[in-house]
Design a protein around this ligand. Structure first.
Ligand code: 5GP
Length: 124
């Protein structure tokens, strides 16, 4: 799938759309999810143009992967989530219900999250 530079996160990166920015460095931008599913629900996105995890894992440079991964850890630490714990989630493709085609990691935390629960499969 080709990268679509008009996706909403690309527009946030270009400053065309506002966001509640928590962290930014050379590799990543972190901001609060507009529809939070937990007391802390933060999206961390790489600065590079990658559609999803698969694209990022295959195409990003080692520096980008390290820089991005460090940024995710830094943000979780800055939010004070290390002791209590947090969940990382990255959706790839239609079965995952990925909505925005710019790779992102969700950081969820701030309360006990319980086990990961998925919607049941529709009846055949
Ligand atoms: P996905 O389903 O692609 O993994 O997650 C996309 C996330 O982006 C959703 O949780 C959704 O609430 C969030 N989102 C969509 N549009 C915007 C926006 O304009 N601003 C922010 N901050 N979050 C958004």
């Amino acid at each position: 799938m080709a990268y679509d530079p008009s996706n909403i996160f690309a527009r946030i990166l270009r400053g065309e759309i506002p966001c509640q920015r928590l962290y930014e460095d050379h590799w990543a931008l972190a901001f609060r999810d507009i529809h939070p599913q937990a007391p802390h629900h933060v999206l961390v996105i790489p600065k590079g143009a990658y559609v999803s995890f698969a694209d990022f894992a295959a195409e990003a440079s080692a520096e980008e992967i390290v820089g991005f991964t460090r940024a995710v850890g830094l943000v979780a630490g800055q939010l004070g989530l290390e002791a209590g714990g947090y969940r990382l989630l990255a959706n790839h493709g239609p079965d995952s219900h990925q909505e925005v085609p710019h790779y992102h990691v969700h950081i969820l935390g701030g309360r006990p999250l319980g086990p990961l629960v998925l919607r049941p499969a529709p009846a055949a």
